[in-house]
Design a protein around this ligand. Structure first.
Ligand code: ZN
Length: 259
């Protein structure tokens, strides 16, 4: 099997949101958890890759207007300098430099910046796009049509399942459904460190890898549990370290630039 690596993985800070642990994990306690909303920049010999795009920049200046009531419900804290375009600038990149965007799922805290990259190729699991355009009623507030509509003519590649995105083993997009129909994770092979698996929202907090309890808001709890089991197996076999993207302790403990 080919075992290429990316050149560098950079975690970009974004908004903060707050949710109760009981919503994040079935059986969780009734306490608020502050969750980071990062995106990830990946330097690869074939070009710059972005994993997720964070919240729409307009949600920073007009949260209630752009997100609606869910901005208050999620206790959104988001400033314009935390938007993904500004974060790229901090690392010397322009939005035009991003060649590939990998999308874990289309919730508003992951898909808000899609429209910033009209020239990129987008990778997503099949089923996510149609669901995001017409979700179940209870999930409707989590998808913003305004995040999606400007991207209808973009170069979307809908994948049937696990895919070696660059053909060199360096970036494996894994189908880990449950939170949404097309939820996915990204396994990143690094030159000098153990591979890291970025969970998307397959897990929201680290404790879920122990309890295997899905999130209350998951689309399909049974599939969510199976995907959590898969992540745990990857970790236990030593295939990758797991970075639960919304987990505050993971955000605090992983280095934000890894080679
Ligand atoms: Zn999320």
């Amino acid at each position: 099997m080919v075992q290429g690596t990316v050149t560098r993985l950079v975690a970009l800070p974004g908004a903060m949101v707050g949710m109760s642990e009981s919503e994040l994990m079935v059986g969780g306690r009734d306490r608020m958890v502050d969750l980071p909303v990062p995106t990830f920049l990946i330097e690869h010999p074939r070009g710059l890759v972005l994993f997720d795009t964070g919240c729409n920049p307009e949600a920073a200046t007009n949260p209630l207007g752009y997100w609606g009531k869910i901005a208050e419900y999620l206790h959104l804290r988001f400033t314009p300098d935390q938007a993904v375009d500004r974060q790229l600038q901090n690392h010397g990149y322009r939005v035009e430099d991003v060649k590939y965007v990998v999308v874990s799922h289309l919730h508003l805290d992951h898909a808000g910046g899609l429209a910033l990259f009209p020239n990129a190729r987008f990778f997503i699991m099949k089923g996510e796009l149609p669901y995001a355009y017409w979700p179940e009623r209870r999930a409707r507030a989590s998808f913003k049509l305004n995040d999606l509509l400007p991207t209808r003519r973009f170069d979307w590649v809908e994948l049937e399942g696990d895919t070696d995105l660059m053909g060199d083993g360096s970036l494996l997009m894994l189908k880990t459904p449950g939170h949404t129909p097309g939820e996915s994770s990204l396994l990143v092979r690094l030159p000098h460190h153990q591979p890291i698996l970025l969970t998307g929202d397959t897990a929201h907090i680290r404790a879920q890898l122990e309890t295997l309890s899905p999130s209350a808001m998951d689309f399909d709890h049974r599939a969510g549990r199976e995907s959590l089991t898969r992540l745990r197996r990857i970790r236990d076999l030593g295939e990758a370290r797991i970075w639960v993207m919304h987990d505050p302790d993971d955000w605090a403990s992983f280095p934000h630039v890894i080679e």
